[in-house]
Design a protein around this ligand. Sequence first.
Ligand SMILES: Cc1cc2nc3c(=O)[nH]c(=O)nc-3n(C[C@H](O)[C@H](O)[C@H](O)COP(=O)(O)OP(=O)(O)OC[C@H]3O[C@@H](n4cnc5c(N)ncnc54)[C@H](O)[C@@H]3O)c2cc1C
Length: 346
Amino acid sequence: MRWGKGRRGRGGKGMGKKMGRGKGSKPPKKLPGKYFENLRKVVMESICCNCAACVAACPVKGISITSYSSPPYFPEWENNCTDCGFCVRVCPRWDYVPLNGLGNYIEALAVKSKRFSGQDGGAVTEILVSAMERDMIDFALVVTKDENWRPIAFLASSVEEVINASGTKYSHAFPLSALKGLRGKGNERIAVVGTPCVVSAVRKLQSEMGKFARKIRFVIGLFCMENFYYPQLMEFLQKRDIDVTSIEKMDIKKGKFIIYPSDISFPVKDLNNIVPSGCKVCQDFTSVQSDVSVGSVGSPDGFSTVIVRNPEFLSTVKSLNAEFGDVDLDVVEKLANFKVKIHPVK
Ligand SMILES: Cc1cc2nc3c(=O)[nH]c(=O)nc-3n(C[C@H](O)[C@H](O)[C@H](O)COP(=O)(O)OP(=O)(O)OC[C@H]3O[C@@H](n4cnc5c(N)ncnc54)[C@H](O)[C@@H]3O)c2cc1C
């Protein structure tokens, strides 16, 4: 296994597990009161990343997505929170230490699917579809959208559903809420796609809760500089007279937020005011804890940059029905370092 050049990420599998605390034990509270109140005050009011791992973990199913513009919430927590501590145990932002850099990797390749078009090279869709075709997984946790670009996270159970969910939605989809209610003993095999914070949350779910360790077979991490709350992104676009229903694709490239097919673009910095506080503390650009990371930068147009971290995935990736090329990892590392610079640890 090689290390990324330059700044070394503090990533790696199992990093989500807290040292010095036995598996299964409750973490110390930071405030008196129930665990949900701790989570709400310490994390949700300031640095929540909207992964919704707490929604998936809450055994009484009390935590839910109550709005597209705020973190998950437990409306009846005073009465119904059983103080079990699972929401805190799986939260990637509790005792948060930012990860960064390129992280551990085995190989990086530029990948363009021969079958599917996607946001870039369709590599994520190709990997997920191949995993279904090879009977490695039953479900893929992906994010689709409605006609107004509202992101919808769901467990895709067919190749068609995975293909229909291709493309980037630049909005918080609270993806791990789609794992809520999975039966404990069921033997579903699931792949998850998510931004770096979601990947960290999956590692916590796996280290803290046996059912997720069994069910989640691999995690594809997307590169990510920032994400947005859906209502705020829509307001930004509407103020610029953009008819959201006519948008076929949104992209961020070379400092510009671009809308297709109109080709209207804005400097990404125009969106700075609507970057959620939870994104402003994140330094992980490449999803260092994933099995496979996929992004846009570093590869020619029409290709995805694929960084293989888990050795078991190298043969899977190399046997994809795809064209392959070289990756410029220096560019990826430059952006990874830029994210650290704009989000210094306070
Ligand atoms: C919020 C966000 C910010 C990003 N920022 C950058 C960046 O700064 N630089 C860069 O190089 N790459 C960035 N990416 C990654 C890039 O946009 C592509 O997703 C990546 O290159 C994969 O392209 P593809 O053609 O292989 O994927 P596709 O085959 O098109 O598949 C994309 C997959 O992503 C999933 N997805 C879409 N939106 C979301 C979402 N909001 N949350 C979770 N999963 C989602 C879909 O379900 C689908 O499975 C970002 C992605 C997201 C979601």
